[in-house]
Design a protein around this ligand. Structure first.
Ligand SMILES: NC(=O)c1ccc[n+]([C@@H]2O[C@H](COP(=O)([O-])OP(=O)(O)OC[C@H]3O[C@@H](n4cnc5c(N)ncnc54)[C@H](OP(=O)(O)O)[C@@H]3O)[C@@H](O)[C@H]2O)c1
Length: 307
């Protein structure tokens, strides 16, 4: 299979490296020349305590313009959610009539954005609990493992790609028809802890160590669930067992906090901001999600020169 990874950061390097190691033709599609030079020279290196090998090294191609690859079978979109439109505009040359476009990004608007760009029949979206931390170009530490689930209009394509990912050694991958429910269930946890951890600069464990903060997390989740319900998505999230309890004592810094600390734009518009946008379409009140979205946007403005 010919694969383009659009956005080869933490997750993209992990997935792209494992697919290349399994013998697929993989193109890592970035926007910086220095990245391309380094990866074409040194390849990909994955360090993992999770896989059956502690180090996976693979040769890949890299480019700043994916039309160099020609049309691919699979375009894996793994930029941050707010980077999707720019990245697709840069790399659209690899997307042909038979290309499947797969996103495992966080956020609630990915299916809508990708369908708008390439047409809904070609889009697969979903979730992954695989996790990584990127280092130098082509280098990633594989830090978390868990399920990967995705689907879309073309479930045959979804099943074929799930098989390819499984054969490449990615654990627990499945094509599922209820992919939208899975996306909402993952993001309902995200809307509660991510913005609050960014605003307080607390670890996830620190966030849930105080009852007032946990009450606020529950309120954010209740609002998000009401929006899902009004959009016809029935979610089943146990706030304690699925979200709060697993965070007790966790030293993890949420992705939005990591972006704030590094003074990067965050995915807030696609997480709590998406709840606000989707609530507006179905007349549901989400005052707490509005507040945290405005506050995190303000925090971003303080370092992105947007004041
Ligand atoms: N990391 C995880 O463990 C994890 C787990 C589950 C889900 N997710 C989700 O997966 C998505 C990707 O996360 P990530 O952590 O892998 O992000 P990431 O490390 O920031 O990777 C994104 C990569 O895309 C590059 N990029 C930015 N604009 C681009 C463009 N126009 N064309 C090509 N490449 C471009 C970035 O370059 P720069 O080097 O300039 O930033 C970066 O290397 C997010 O939605 C995230 O929430 C991540």
């Amino acid at each position: 299979m010919k694969v383009a990874v659009i956005g080869p950061g933490s997750l993209g390097t992990l997935y792209g490296g494992l697919l290349a190691d399994a013998g697929h033709e993989v193109w890592l599609c970035h926007y910086r020349d220095a990245y391309v030079e380094a990866v074409e020279r040194d390849g990909v290196r994955i360090e993992s305590d999770i896989l059956d090998r502690s180090v996976v090294e693979a040769d890949v191609r890299a480019t700043t313009d994916a039309s160099e690859a020609g049309h691919v079978d699979l375009a894996f979109v793994l930029v941050k959610a707010h980077q999707t439109r720019d990245a697709l505009a840069r790399h659209e040359g690899c997307i042909g009539p038979d290309t499947t476009v797969l996103s495992l990004q966080n956020g609630l608007l990915n299916e809508r954005i990708l369908s708008d760009i390439v047409g809904p029949e070609r889009v697969l979206t979903g979730i992954t609990y695989q996790g990584g931390d990127r280092g130098d170009p082509g280098r990633v530490e594989h830090t978390y493992t868990g399920e990967t689930r995705f689907g879309g209009e073309d479930m045959d394509a979804a099943r074929e790609i799930a098989g390819v990912l499984s054969e490449a050694g990615i654990p627990d991958v499945e094509a599922v028809a209820d992919y939208r429910r899975r996306i909402w269930e993952k993001q309902i946890g995200g809307v509660s802890v991510k913005p609050l951890a960014a605003l307080t600069r607390l670890t996830c464990g620190g966030m849930v160590a105080d009852d007032e903060r946990v009450d606020l997390m529950r309120d954010l989740m209740r609002e998000a669930e009401a929006v899902a319900d009004a959009h016809g998505i029935e979610v089943d999230v146990d706030y304690d067992a699925d979200v709060i309890d697993p965070l007790v004592d966790s030293p993890h810094r949420s992705s939005i906090l990591q972006d704030v600390l590094a003074e990067r734009k965050t995915e807030i518009d696609h997480i709590n901001g998406a709840i606000v946008e989707l609530a507006d379409e179905v007349d549901v009140d989400v005052p707490r999600n509005e507040t945290v979205t405005a506050l995190v946007r303000g925090l971003e403005a303080s370092y992105l020169d947007e004041e």
